[in-house]
Design a protein around this ligand. Structure first.
Ligand code: ADP
Ligand code: MG
Ligand code: MG
Length: 254
């Protein structure tokens, strides 16, 4: 059973010639089949957690451990993390000029599966996944994230998620910038991937609205670079009613 274990994770960034600690001891265990929502005010370090797990070079792990099935994730390159079964959808995905969605997906699938998918079944797989996400087939020939609208970026991420079938999926603000229809389609995609109970999901969000479509097993409040409260789905309802004010001291958040 796949388990992502984050223990006392500390992460720093270099800003204005100074080292700033952003994550101040994050503890979290995500098991296969579980959905965890991380919710918190802007600037609390949610994306920093996602970047650190992704192995982004700007984010330095200054303490703590991250393991996937006991394997040290922090020792792995970005590619090795993907191959080990980690999937990360970023809040601000980058453009990949000159690389089509279709080539990008096939290259990613080859990296993750360890062999190139058979062309005929692959084409069918991609076509069907795109249909489920209401995506125009022409989208496959566009360059990755180049001129994509917010909704197209998110659909593209969920398309990757469906095709790559990771052990643990980390989705940072997948709901941001989506209208209600796109939110429903994207949420249905996430639910299709997680429903067989084979993937662990870490859903990072500022707003409770996506949790109407994707029901979390656990909700964690993130503030000041750490988890300050954990509970069940009812904690999201409390946040919906009361906001984050109670968790933010000294107006550190926007
Ligand atoms: P959230 O996703 O919860 O809104 P972030 O992780 O984006 O929070 O940011 C947390 C804090 O870390 C903010 O104060 C932000 O300015 C700072 N920060 C994040 N990334 C960087 C970076 N690359 N360089 C400098 N500061 C950063
Ligand atoms: Mg933010
Ligand atoms: Mg963020």
């Amino acid at each position: 059973m796949a388990t992502l274990e984050i223990r006392d994770l500390h992460v720093t960034v270099e800003a204005d010639n100074a080292t700033k600690e952003i994550l101040k001891g994050v503890d979290l265990t995500v098991k296969q089949g579980e959905t965890h929502a991380i919710m918190g005010p802007n600037g609390s370090g949610k994306s920093t957690l996602a970047y650190a797990l992704a192995g982004h070079p700007k984010y330095t792990v200054s303490g703590g451990t991250v393991t996937l099935d006991g394997e040290d994730v922090l020792e792995m390159s970005v590619d090795e993390r993907a191959r080990a079964g980690l999937f990360l959808a970023m809040q601000y995905p980058v453009e990949v000029p000159g690389v089509s969605v279709s080539n990008f997906l096939r290259t990613s699938a080859t990296a993750v599966r360890g062999e190139a998918p058979k062309l005929r079944t692959w084409v069918k797989e991609v076509k069907e996944a795109m249909e489920r996400l209401n995506m125009d087939p022409a989208f496959a020939e566009r360059n990755v994230n180049e001129g994509f609208s917010g909704g197209e970026k998110k659909r593209h991420e969920i398309l990757q998620l469906e095709l790559l079938k990771p052990k643990v999926a980390i989705l940072d603000e997948t709901d941001s910038g989506l209208d209600v229809d796109a939110l429903r389609i994207v949420s249905e995609g996430v639910n299709r991937v997680r429903e067989p109970g084979e993937v662990g999901t870490l859903l990072i969000t500022h707003y409770t609205r996506i949790l109407r479509y994707i029901k979390p097993d656990h909700v964690h409040v993130f503030a000041g670079g750490r988890i300050v409260e954990s509970g069940g789905a009812e904690l999201a309802d409390k946040l919906e009613n009361e906001g984050y004010e109670a968790y933010v001291k000294g107006g550190a958040s926007e």
